[in-house]
Design a protein around this ligand. Structure first.
Ligand SMILES: Cc1cc2nc3c(=O)[nH]c(=O)nc-3n(C[C@H](O)[C@H](O)[C@H](O)COP(=O)(O)OP(=O)(O)OC[C@H]3O[C@@H](n4cnc5c(N)ncnc54)[C@H](O)[C@@H]3O)c2cc1C
Length: 511
């Protein structure tokens, strides 16, 4: 079978590798010069200073078993390609009053740290342990039914007894309770609640609307561990490229797909290939779309072959997840001592930002600021006497062509630098910058085709949101599949890696 993959993000590369391993002929079309999608890199060489290396996307790897499983299924050893480094503490949380909480990687140490840092609520130590137990239960009840199968194909007709069991287990988790309500059942300290509310925010959604199922992240962080990859997270994309060469996958870069070729009537279409500018429609038996599915529906798939939710009218009503504003800063001076690898700076009033983002659709005045300092873990990422700071906030997705004009971007950058110099304890930062790159939601839209610049596709605001994403197997068009952060099972490196397995298995079953 001849398979075309649109987009060389992790999901696209993983699907391509699995299909090539099974003996199919796979061509990946990537619009950019570099493959890997959001798993990208910036390597400025500053005259008189030296070379910096920044991961511009992911900085932490969770659920390493999902990546290991890929290598094993391909008959390879993960250790021959990737060097995992456990991050400990998982994160340093900085509160607006100047207090700091390091979250140790070991769950018992973390419970002791909770006791030491939050003595006002002694019950929170047991509450934290119970929350982890709950998170483990969520993990155990959801991995098999949710992360290992294509929803749209899993339940057809009458569910099997096993599926009834999975469904009742899932409903027993009360998924309609929000993450904020779920956290509040276990811990009382407002600062601890603020930390765990971030689990929805990590997925671009509101803790007051997203399901308590996101508490799974606690188990993912503490149970499976949180890792950095020596050489940067980008080394995962490099490993996939090496494997693609080994397994005979054809990678075509600077080859934007301009349309999916479909024949047949509405509701009973069949893919015939992909269209490339200047080359017409190239024939393929199956097409796997790793481009953002919402953008693909908007720009690559004719209206006549879209489900109602993804017609132009349907797309206009959808709520995308948040986007990102990035400041990549190479700075002089040793690593600021108060920064660990991963840091989260929390504002006094967390709810004010959630209200701004999810009720009013504007960036928060005093946002949560994430700072990753890769050079804490790997000093070689910055020249001696320098550090690299990856600073991220989460503004809303694009709503109008006038969002993020150069003037608005400059004003936001300036405001963020002021917050870094004051609330984040980096005085004089402006004077220490030796290289800088700014990314706005528009960068994500233009560079990766992210729908309205959103990082995680549809928002997870609402407990049924996972069921509303475009499914892995397209409705009404045979031979068309979706893989990646915008479809099932969701965003993040482990999930898109598992998504590649789901889609490859589906294609192999259906061929
Ligand atoms: C700032 C940031 C921080 C993150 N942090 C983490 C983290 O710490 N841990 C974690 O696990 N995850 C993190 N993520 C999420 C993770 O990066 C993504 O979920 C994952 O990389 C998405 O993979 P994907 O398969 O959806 O493909 P994408 O990375 O979205 O790639 C899709 C590819 O398709 C290409 N494409 C689009 N349209 C076309 C077309 N018409 N023709 C040809 N090619 C096309 C694009 O150019 C792109 O290369 C982060 C993401 C960002 C942006």
């Amino acid at each position: 079978m001849q398979v075309a993959v649109i987009g060389a993000g992790v999901g696209g590369l993983v699907t391509a590798l699995r299909l090539a391993k099974a003996g199919h002929t796979v061509t990946v079309f990537e619009k950019n010069a570099q493959v890997g999608g959001k798993l990208s890199l910036w390597e400025p060489d500053v005259p008189g200073v030296g070379a910096f290396r920044f991961d511009t996307g992911p900085h932490v790897l969770t659920m390493p078993w999902a990546i290991r499983e890929l290598f094993e299924d391909l008959g390879e050893r993960m250790e021959d390609y990737l060097h995992l480094v456990r991050i400990d503490p998982i994160c340093r949380y900085h509160f607006a009053d100047g207090t700091v909480f390091d979250a140790p990687a070991d769950p018992d140490d973390a419970a002791r740290a909770v006791a030491a840092r939050f003595p006002e609520y002694p019950g929170d130590v047991q509450g934290f342990r119970d929350f982890l137990t709950h998170a483990r239960r969520v993990h155990d009840l959801t991995v098999e039914p949710f992360l290992r199968q294509d929803f749209s194909r899993a339940i057809r007709g009458v569910p099997t007894p096993k599926q009834w069991g999975q469904l009742s287990g899932f409903l027993g988790l009360a998924p309609w309770k929000t993450i904020h309500q779920t956290v509040a059942r276990y811990v009382r300290h407002p600062k601890l609640r603020q930390i765990f509310d971030l689990y929805a925010f990590y997925n671009g959604s509101s803790p007051h609307k997203a399901s308590g199922i996101f508490s799974i992240i606690a188990w993912v962080q503490w149970g499976d561990g949180t890792f950095y990859l020596r050489g940067g997270l980008r080394t995962y994309a490099d490993a996939l490229v090496r494997l693609a060469t080994k397994f005979g996958v054809t990678l075509r870069t600077q080859a934007a797909v301009t349309g999916v070729c479909i024949e047949g009537a509405t509701g009973r279409g069949r893919v015939t290939g992909v269209e490339i500018a200047g080359e017409g429609c190239l024939p393929f038996d199956a097409v796997v779309c790793n481009a953002d599915p919402l953008t693909a529906y908007e720009t690559l798939i004719p209206e006549t072959h879209r489900p109602p939710a993804f017609t132009d009218a349907g797309l206009a009503t959808l709520e995308p997840s948040t986007s990102a504003f990035l400041l990549l800063l190479g700075v002089s001076g040793e690593n600021p001592l108060h920064l660990r690898h991963y840091n989260s700076f929390l504002p006094t009033d967390g709810d004010a930002e959630y209200t701004a983002l999810f009720e009013r659709g504007v960036p928060g005045e005093d946002p949560v600021i994430g700072i990753t300092c890769q050079s804490v873990t790997e000093p070689g990422c910055a020249p001696p006497g320098h550090a690299n700071l990856f600073v991220m906030t989460s503004p809303p997705p694009l709503r109008s062509p006038s969002d993020w004009t150069p003037e608005a971007t400059a004003a936001y950058r300036d405001r963020l630098l002021t917050l870094l110099e004051t609330r984040c304890g980096l005085p004089g930062l402006r004077g220490r910058i030796v290289c800088e790159q700014v990314w706005t939601p528009r960068t994500f839209e233009e560079r990766y085709g992210a729908f309205r610049g959103s990082l995680y596709g549809l928002s997870s605001n609402g407990w049924r949101s996972a069921f509303l994403r475009p499914p892995n197997t397209a409705k009404g068009v045979r031979g068309l599949y979706f893989v990646g952060g915008g479809t099932h099972p969701g965003g993040g490196l482990p999930l898109v890696t598992l998504g590649g397995k789901i889609v490859a298995e589906t294609i192999l079953e259906q061929k």
